[in-house]
Design a protein around this ligand. Structure first.
Ligand SMILES: Cc1cc2nc3c(=O)[nH]c(=O)nc-3n(C[C@H](O)[C@H](O)[C@H](O)COP(=O)(O)OP(=O)(O)OC[C@H]3O[C@@H](n4cnc5c(N)ncnc54)[C@H](O)[C@@H]3O)c2cc1C
Length: 409
């Protein structure tokens, strides 16, 4: 048993980070009450990465992607589905919650875990247009899926992780797909030019057409959707899917006095300036002790690792121990056309790239170096090589934390 029966912990956010905080508190036998405000989606937590992969392709259903619950929640867990945190008074340790019937109430807490993640970036002018979709939630994915039977001519705008995966999945469903790439290569911001080129070739080999160096400046939806580009050209589509990145869900914290410069600012142990308010997942911005600079990581495994860590930090504080720093090396994967892309580390600030072949298929394997040290690695169908690099990066950087100034240059 940890904590006291009189204590209340509020967990804001009903996806992986929130789910993991709640299950960790339960696993530790937290004696107090947990109020879990799960957000507008109104669903039990599910695998978000599956949305743009297996779910769109019809290989799984909403039921089969639910996150497993190790054991039924105890009686002291109060789940508030459809409710959102709408405000925070950090000096009085209370959070304002708007319930589904729009009534509001303040809830006092002893600790607050902020796990409100991110939401799809949708420019105001593109919001709510018929035939235009973004993809963040199960409901978004099901709306897109409902349209697939008529094989709509589809344009995917944006070639980051979600845009590239959607182009691949929709093409795998037999749809005619055009991918709009703002730069010259898909996923270039994540992987750099070498893997970006490989990614582009895979799209072309699978029949996706691309429009490179193009920015959509306007969308009009009268019948088919018309897309206008920055060079004055235009095209039409039956369905448009926006993959324009994500913005943090922090607006409910506006004016609370905590650092909101990019997500919710935390120390190395994931505590905000108020040590009983912690953050985990896509929303958390912390200083990574190995990379030596602040970062926010929008990856699945980071959300669960940080949630476990945030609980550990809080427990350490309760027991008068020094909370540990969160030093996991970031990792993500992406599935496209039957290939698994994986990346470990953080390539920001790299000044050297090595490309070789690894794994089955002899696909490119890229290592990113800074100052002669490996800071990241990425490969295709090469899980062992990627995971070996994770251990190496951890060990290499452990001896040499780099200053923020180096990265700023
Ligand atoms: C389509 C898609 C595919 C992806 N694929 C991959 C992949 O292949 N690999 C990978 O590593 N990562 C992938 N990701 C990223 C991964 O899903 C995220 O990193 C992960 O979901 C982050 O979890 P989280 O709990 O921090 O936040 P989120 O998943 O963003 O969840 C935040 C939760 O908070 C709730 N919420 C928001 N505001 C409030 C509020 N005010 N009060 C209460 N609740 C609130 C939301 O409704 C939501 O339930 C993908 C993401 C998407 C959208």
């Amino acid at each position: 048993m940890v904590g006291e029966t009189s204590q209340t912990i509020v967990v804001a956010g009903g996806s992986l980070a929130g789910h993991t905080v709640v299950t960790e508190l339960e696993r530790h036998g937290f004696a107090g009450q947990i109020v879990w405000v799960r957000g507008r989606e109104g669903t039990a937590p599910y695998s978000r990465p599956a949305l743009s992969k297996e779910l769109i392709q019809g290989k799984v259903t909403a039921e089969t992607i639910r996150l497993p619950v190790p054991q039924p929640y105890g009686p002291r867990v109060r789940i508030m589905d459809g409710a959102v945190c709408a405000g925070l008074d950090p000096h009085a340790d209370r959070v304002l919650v708007t319930q589904p019937d729009l009534s509001e109430r303040w809830i006092d807490f002893d600790a607050l875990f902020v796990c409100t993640g991110t939401q799809a970036r949708v420019p105001e002018a593109f919001a709510g247009l018929p035939g235009v979709h973004s993809l963040r939630t199960l409901a978004d994915a099901e709306r897109i899926k409902d349209r697939l039977a008529v094989r709509p001519r589809t344009v995917v705008v944006g070639a980051g992780l979600v845009g590239s995966e959607m182009a691949a999945s929709l093409r795998s469903c037999g749809l005619p797909v055009e991918l709009i790439v703002q730069g010259q290569l898909p996923m270039e911001a994540v992987f750099g030019a070498e893997l970006g080129r490989f990614c582009l070739e895979r799209h072309h080999a699978n029949g996706v057409t691309t429009r490179l160096g193009a920015t959509v400046t306007a969308l009009t939806a009268e019948g088919p959707v018309t897309l206008t580009y920055d060079d004055g050209e235009s095209s039409t589509a039956d369905m448009v899917v926006l993959g324009l990145g994500a913005v943090t869900s922090c607006d409910w914290l506006d004016g609370c006095g905590l650092d909101l410069s990019d997500g919710l600012g935390c120390d190395e142990a994931l505590r905000t300036a108020r040590p009983n308010i912690l953050a985990a997942g896509d929303v958390a911005n912390w200083r990574h002790p190995l990379f030596g600079h602040r970062m926010r990581v929008e990856h699945w495994s980071n959300a669960s690792a940080q949630a476990r860590h945030a609980v550990e930090s809080w427990l350490a504080g309760q027991e008068g121990r020094q909370p540990p720093a969160f030093a996991d090396v970031p990792y993500f994967w992406s599935d496209q056309y039957g290939l698994k892309y994986q990346m470990v580390g953080h390539a920001r600030g790299h000044d050297e790239v090595h490309v070789e072949e690894a794994g089955t298929g002899g696909y490119p394997f890229v290592t990113y170096l800074r100052g002669g040290r490996i800071v990241a690695a990425a490969g295709v169908n090469a899980p062992r090589a990627v995971m070996r690099m994770k251990a190496r990066i951890q060990a290499d950087l452990a001896g040499d934390p780099t200053s923020e100034e180096v990265y700023a240059r």
